[in-house]
Design a protein around this ligand. Structure first.
Ligand code: ATP
Ligand code: MG
Length: 473
């Protein structure tokens, strides 16, 4: 067996635990990814040392008691405390302390977990009881899939009691132990199975596949917080669209509104796919960013609801973006998505079908609404939407997007006024011009902004005040 390339800080942790007389391995995702030639994002260490022993051993580094009860402490290596304090002060001055600190901590943070066994998941969230054990094999036995149940240490090599390496070679995802029992213990594993298929392309081994199909309804008992964490990885996977299609019933169990899209014919000259397959093509086209992928999954969610067949036998979906935005909001709130994601997704769904010409007034309004980055998102959404239609529409959409992008660039380069705050007058100016203080001030400023964005009024003080006076007459 070849040696795994383990980063310096992780080697240091393993060596230090070993020299103190404990067993220590890297385990889980990092071993799986290394063996399949990928560079792991993070490395987890497991050890025979108990959490307080770990904390003591690394007292000169920084130790965060992440989940002491479950046996996990995070060891932050690389930078000594004193150096870090100096750095902290510098960052406070920069006003960016929080981000920097987080980044730095993530770079060198390693979770060190004591070998453990779990029993019972009555709340479907956490194991009822965690028992520390002394054998690595017992720790590996609690893990979900054989490919995730391998450990490695530089001196002992690979520990693979369940044939994970062979399954990895065969691209197979197989539960450790009896699939039905493992999924019943913790139904989140069902979604994790689909996540690993979506990200790594594993096929599900027969028994595991059968248990997914038989037990997915148990996902309803799992907290949204755990589900969305897996869903994020799944949706950003290379094979997300294929997995959504293959396991559509599982996803409809999480989001019942999806099922109306399955097989829903569009009777439209633009579309060669039903609503669901159009949706999947759009999911596949958009970059793997959770908010964007969710936007495409939900962008046509209201199509079946508003569908009308007109006299010519053509499908009409009047109002589906607006209705879809409302439905998306309901769904995402129910799923406990964070507010910033809800807002971003709902806005994109609402405007996914907006007809935009590359003219400044229209593009300014979109820039005002979405911001520069959000406007790029909107173009990506339009691209993805077109990618799910007849082929010829994609070329058209790309050309249009280019023109829109150029128009936006010109607007930003010229610093065109896009908000009330950028107007050449403010509320005080209006009061001085004789407008009574009160809510009218705000509405007048908004009207002025509309005219300025339409190019019917210049963003210059005399012109704006002139327009205000004309209104008051
Ligand atoms: P990633 O690279 O995406 O982090 P990962 O395999 O490391 O993938 P994690 O969620 O970080 O996934 O979990 C780390 C390890 O813990 C897994 O490889 C697996 O061995 C184990 N594990 C995680 N969640 C569960 C679970 N619900 N049931 C059983 N074992 C689990
Ligand atoms: Mg991990």
């Amino acid at each position: 067996m070849e040696e795994l390339k383990i980063p310096e800080n992780v080697r240091y942790i393993l060596a230090r635990l070993k020299s103190a007389g404990f067993e220590a391995y890297v385990a889980g995702g990092a071993v799986r990814d290394s063996l399949s030639g990928k560079t792991p994002d993070d490395w987890d260490v497991c050890t025979s040392a108990h959490p307080r022993e770990v904390a003591e051993l690394f007292s000169e580094d920084r130790v965060i008691p992440t989940g002491i009860k479950h046996g996990t402490v995070t060891v932050v290596t690389g930078r000594r405390k004193t150096e870090e304090q100096g750095e902290e002060e510098r960052q406070r001055e920069n006003g960016k302390k929080e981000n920097h600190e987080k980044e730095a901590a993530e770079k060198s943070a390693v979770e060190v977990t004591t070998f453990r066994r779990e029993s019972g998941y009555s709340d479907r969230r956490h194991p009822d009881r965690v028992t520390f054990v002394s054998e690595i094999e017992e720790d590996l036995a609690r893990r979900d899939f054989t490919v995730n149940a391998m450990a490695y240490s530089p001196d002992r090599g690979l520990c693979d009691p369940f044939g994970g390496c062979k399954d990895l070679e065969n691209n197979l995802l197989r539960c450790v132990g009896e699939a039905g029992r493992r999924f019943s213990e913790d139904p989140l594993r069902i979604l994790r199975a689909l996540r690993f298929r979506a990200v790594c392309g594993f096929r599900l081994e027969k028994e595991t596949e059968g248990a997914v199909r038989g037990l997915y309804e148990n996902l309803k008992e799992v907290s949204w917080e755990r589900i969305t964490a897996e869903l994020e990885k799944l949706m950003c996977g290379k094979y997300a669209a294929a997995v959504l299609d293959e396991y559509r019933d599982v996803f409809a169990c999480l989001i019942p509104e999806l099922s109306a899209m399955f097989g829903f014919e569009q009777y439209s000259p633009y579309h060669n796919r039903d609503v669901w397959h159009h949706t999947l093509a759009a999911v596949e086209d958009i970059p793997p960013v959770f908010a964007l992928r969710m936007t495409m999954l939900l962008h046509d969610i209201a199509k079946p609801v508003v569908f009308v067949l007109d006299d010519n036998g053509r499908g009409r979906f009047v109002g589906h973006p607006q209705r879809g935005a409302e439905m998306a909001e309901t769904i995402l709130r129910r799923m406990r998505f964070p507010n910033h994601l809800i807002q971003r997704i709902v806005l994109l769904v609402r405007f996914h079908d907006v007809k935009l010409k590359p003219r400044r007034p229209e593009v300014r309004r979109m820039l005002a609404l979405f911001g520069e980055k959000g406007f790029e998102d909107l173009l990506a959404v339009k691209h993805a939407d077109a990618a799910g239609k007849y082929e010829k529409y994609l070329g058209e959409a790309e050309e249009k997007n280019e023109a829109l992008r150029k128009c936006a660039k010109d607007i930003l380069r010229d610093g065109d006024c896009l908000s009330v705050a950028e107007l050449a007058v403010n509320g005080d100016d209006l009061i001085r011009a004789g407008v009574p203080a009160g809510p009218r001030i705000g509405s007048i400023l908004k009207d002025l902004l509309e005219d300025v964005m339409d190019d019917t009024l210049k963003n210059e003080k005399p012109a704006l005040l002139g327009a205000v006076k004309a209104r008051m007459r």
